[in-house]
Write a protein that binds this ligand. Structure first.
Ligand SMILES: O=C(O)CCC(=O)C(=O)O
Ligand SMILES: [Fe+2]
Length: 319
């Protein structure tokens, strides 16, 4: 990958960010999901370094070919708690790391969550969980298939932010990112046409109370023919007919060709544009010793109003 997608804070900018995150960590009741704290976070996100805010603004205008922005050299804590080990772990405490993740996310848009996923918490932990190694979720450690986040959901995130708190022991775990903007050029016209038709279904996870019956048909590519949005999860999306299956196979090969692995280091925050890029993860070996790989994750909507009917009291959680 060219380095166009990387933005590195200077030491001065890092210190400036640390000061904002530390001030935010003092805001009562020091809970991420609390409305008062979130209001403070939204406001304080305007105090992030100007160069970073400009870069985020440019990324919102155009996510470039890769559909990912990697912000490096954000502040990290000098002492860290052990990596959580439980399933569905979330970060309710407004630690500086959770605050940093929320500050950058709030500068991009509105942080949202789903009542039916990770108990509706806005900052979630991505950690390996013993016994779930083989699972196609962020608790696993086998390769995680490329996917658009919550591809089944009509109000899926526009952006996904992943902040590295702690890397895996061997530094081998890679966040995989594949951009449809890069893959489209590799797709024959006829394949693109099929992918643009409602010939695919994406399973709804049981936690979202899958209504009896089949998930609705949807297209994988939509919008502009030459610069489409993408909606597919290679674990959960299924073709409805043979031609659709063939088109998915070609799409998958094209995405595999353009996939890049990003090895996140502490203080790195990846912003993935969930409309034009898929993400996944390479294999790694957890030890479950409190020092395992640990990311904070947020979901971001760019037009909060669109999901208003699903959010009680104009809060952040969709139900
Ligand atoms: O572990 C990773 O790098 C990404 C996991 C993932 O897909 C997610 O948390 O949404
Ligand atoms: Fe994901």
């Amino acid at each position: 990958m060219t380095e166009d997608h990387v933005f590195t804070l200077t030491q001065v900018e890092r210190d400036q960010t640390r000061a904002v995150a530390e001030a935010l960590a003092e805001v009562e009741p020091r809970l991420v999901d609390d409305r008062t704290w979130l209001d403070a976070c939204r406001g304080m996100s305007a105090e992030l370094p100007e160069r970073l805010r400009r870069r985020l603004r440019a990324f919102l205008h155009d996510p470039q070919l890769d559909g990912v922005l990697l912000v490096r050299n954000l502040p990290v804590a000098s002492t860290l708690a052990p990596t959580p080990t439980v399933y569905e772990s979330v970060e309710r405490a407004a630690t500086p790391a959770a605050g940093t993740t929320a500050l950058v996310s709030m500068q991009i848009g509105e942080v949202i969550a789903y009542r039916d996923e990770k108990s509706g918490a806005l900052v979630q932990n991505v950690v390996p969980v013993a016994g779930r190694e083989e699972q196609q979720s962020n608790a696993g450690s086998v390769p995680l298939e490329l996917h658009v986040e919550n591809a089944f959901h009509p109000h899926r995130p526009d952006m996904v932010a992943l902040f590295c708190v702690r890397p895996d022991h061997e530094g081998g775990a890679g966040l995989r990112v594949a951009s449809i903007r890069r893959a489209t050029a590799l797709l024959p016209y006829d394949v693109r046409k099929v992918l643009g038709e409602e010939r695919f279904r994406t399973e709804v996870p049981p936690s979202f109370g899958a209504p009896g019956g089949q998930a609705p048909l949807h297209a994988i590519l939509s919008g502009d023919f030459d610069d489409p949005d993408v909606r597919v999860d290679f674990h959960a999306t299924h073709p409805a007919d043979e031609q659709a299956a063939d088109a998915m196979t070609v799409l998958r090969a094209a995405l595999d060709t353009v996939t890049r692995a990003v090895h996140l280091r502490p203080g790195d925050l990846a912003v993935v544009d969930n409309r034009v890029a898929l993400h996944g993860r390479t294999r790694f070996t957890p030890r479950y010793d409190g020092e395992d790989r640990w990311l904070h994750r947020t979901f971001i909507h760019l037009d909060h109003r669109k999901s208003r009917a699903l959010r009680a009291d104009n809060g952040q959680v969709l139900s």
